[in-house]
Design a protein around this ligand. Sequence first.
Ligand code: NCD
Length: 312
Amino acid sequence: MRHLLSCADLDLATATAILDLAEEMQQVQSRPVKKLPALRGRTIVNIFFEDSTRTRTSFEIAGKWLSADTINVSAKGSSVSKGESLRDTMLTLDAMGVDAFVIRHGSSGAAAQVASWVKAQVVNAGDGQHEHPTQALLDAYTMRQHFRLMGNDGFAGKKIAIVGDLLHSRVVRSNVLLQQVLGGEVVLVAPPTLVPTGVETWGCEVTGDLDSVIEEADIVMMLRVQRERMAGGFFPTEREYTESFGLTPERLAKLKNSAGICHPGPMNRGVEISSAAADAANSLVLDQVAAGVAIRMSVLYHLLGSNEGAAK
Ligand code: NCD
């Protein structure tokens, strides 16, 4: 694999291999000495043009635990704030001999664009409203572990409800693509104003009625209301949004006993998810965070662990 730009790049064998290797990588997390020599001598630059806590930190930890030299560049404090173009910035860093870029950018398609310019391998850590493939992989990893714990393996026949701000979410796009490969059934739930155009081509059921799916869902994935990407009013008031689309204590009580609750974070407690749900026994939110490191170790290893993905 040369780059990871989209979940559309993953076939079943590759996705499964990434999930399986992440299981081995997760064992490193519980060791006192968290270091494998696998990527010794490789250089990874994490370049983030948007805010991030968990994605950036987990990529950095993942690189370090694999013994790669990991460098963080944020747009603030780089030459981008002096007016340098994205292309010039990336070519400059590329010329230093970087092996891989992990990039987050506010524009959809930015990661693919960068991949077409540089010699280094590229991981998309979120491009605008387009995709966030490692998030979908860590979500799948967390779900797979949860299904196993509940005594039934595999994604076939599992109902995964993804609820909320679909319009601005790169997480939902990557999850829909990945589940098409893994076999889970995705149901999308949102008010009409937050449903992306063209959703009918995604091959999922779309509904505005959360209560009609809550009792059947095996996973409920709540998405953050992305206020920073909203120019106008997408719903009347926050209270009304919560009433119709929030995982309130009342809806929490309606979930199947075996259902798991996911949220990619950061959470808006009291808006899309109540504290009762975020902190519930069946909340998988922190499992997702833990899985994030293991999945990113696995992805970096798949990209850089052999030379086959490198530019000739
Ligand atoms: C998401 C993102 O940035 O796309 N968060 C994340 O990576 N964990 C979702 C969000 O910002 O709401």
